[in-house]
Design a protein around this ligand. Structure first.
Ligand code: MLT
Length: 388
């Protein structure tokens, strides 16, 4: 790219459109192609989904996949960093249980910053990747009344230990680990312009520490139009009440006639089926093929696309990452959809941390991008004066 390349012509029609499509910076951790979906540092997501979760976190931070030796050093390093400060867990116990789990996560990030920030973005990113599973597991256990938080077990890998610390009552740990490892990798990063990532990087541009920047990012993810959409998707699939394709079609047509949202379909950038959805449908066939709700979601994949395509105004009638994720979590024992965005956040914090490290420590010859300061054009403010 040359300094003089024109990337986007801004006219006044673009104002107040949520910066949609405006190029504002560069992202080196992932890229979103409207047709083929997300790739991480050049690797298509489908090639990464089966790797160790730590290898993909390493890719985010180092922009290269680790060798076997680099991976074992990185895994050992993350294990040595585990252990959320006990004060954070005590503070969580004082939070109101009617607060949303994302409000708990946002608070937990601030508590973690107060107790353990180092002020070095890379150091804080590694600590956070290592410790966030414990924080999120503690949120599940304390808020759901499952019992005391479970301490980390340094013998286990990152997601295996997360499942151990969740201690889902009556849960099938092996199946849940297989699912959450893939879930963690798929949700890690999605370019630089999604709201949570953009908000996190904007706040970090004031040299705010990583924890507070991520709390801002997670406040964005909490919004129903962003990450919180994944909890609504399960409720949507549940409300169909049948896995029969004709019943699903009737349900979708009724929803459209009543101007209701078809959850899990469409995307701001994608114009084809999200490869993260494709991977999860295939995983569902392996781990919960007979689950009724999964069959509903799987049949909806075909029916909804067919019906939505009848509407020329709908630019993307295809399933996105949320279309089936809740159904899989539900089949593996995580039945309360209020927690799904926290699982999304657990993963997305890794990608956002890597983008913040890159933007703060490596961009512009190591100086970092300057503080974000876009222009808002003043409107309806004719000069006035109290002096008459
Ligand atoms: C996603 O993962 O699909 C997003 O964070 C939403 C987006 O890219 O705008």
């Amino acid at each position: 790219m040359a300094d003089t390349d024109v990337l986007f012509e801004i006219t006044s029609a673009h104002l107040n459109t949520g910066l949609r499509g405006f190029p504002v910076g560069t992202c080196r951790t992932s890229r979103v192609d409207p047709m083929t979906g997300v790739s991480y540092v050049g690797y298509p997501i489908a090639e990464l989904a089966e790797l160790e979760e730590e290898a993909v976190a390493y890719l985010m931070l180092h922009r290269e996949l680790p060798t076997d030796e680099e991976l074992s050093v990185f895994v050992a390093d993350l294990k040595s960093r585990r252990g959320v400060d006990g004060k954070v867990i005590e503070l969580l116990k004082a939070l109101p249980t009617d607060g949303h789990p994302m409000e708990w996560l946002i608070s937990g990030l601030i508590f973690m910053g107060m107790t353990s920030k180092t002020g070095d973005y890379l150091e804080d990113a590694k600590n956070l990747i290592a410790r966030l599973p414990e924080l999120v597991a503690a949120i599940f256990r304390i808020r759901s009344g499952w019992g005391e938080p479970i301490a980390p077990n340094p013998e286990l890998g990152l997601i295996e230990d997360f499942v151990n610390m969740l201690g889902v009552p009556g849960g099938d740990s092996e199946r849940l680990t297989d699912l959450l490892r893939v879930f963690y990798i798929l949700h890690m990063d999605h370019g630089g312009g999604n709201l949570s990532t953009f908000a996190g990087k904007a706040v970090a541009s004031a040299h705010t520490d990583l924890y507070a920047s991520l709390a801002a990012a997670m406040s964005g993810l909490y919004g129903p139009l962003h990450g919180r959409a994944n909890q609504d998707c399960l409720n949507f699939v549940r409300s169909v009440g049948s896995s029969d394709p004709d019943e699903i079609e009737k349900f979708i047509r009724d929803a459209l006639a009543n101007k209701k949202k078809i959850y899990g379909f469409g995307h701001a950038v994608l114009r084809a089926e999200d490869p993260r959805a494709t991977i999860q449908y295939a995983l569902g066939e392996k781990i919960c093929a007979d689950d009724d709700l999964f069959r509903t979601a799987a049949n909806m994949r075909e029916v909804a696309v067919r019906v939505l395509k009848e509407f020329p105004k709908i630019s993307n009638p295809y399933p996105n990452v949320d279309a089936v994720s809740g159904t899989l979590l539900n089949a593996c024992g995580l039945t309360d959809s209020n927690y799904y965005t926290v699982l999304f956040g657990l993963s997305r914090c890794t990608g956002i941390s890597a983008q913040i490290v890159d933007e703060r420590l490596r961009f512009r010859g190591g100086k970092g991008a300057p503080i974000y300061r876009p222009k808002f054009v003043a409107e309806d403010q004719e000069p006035r004066s109290l002096k008459g």
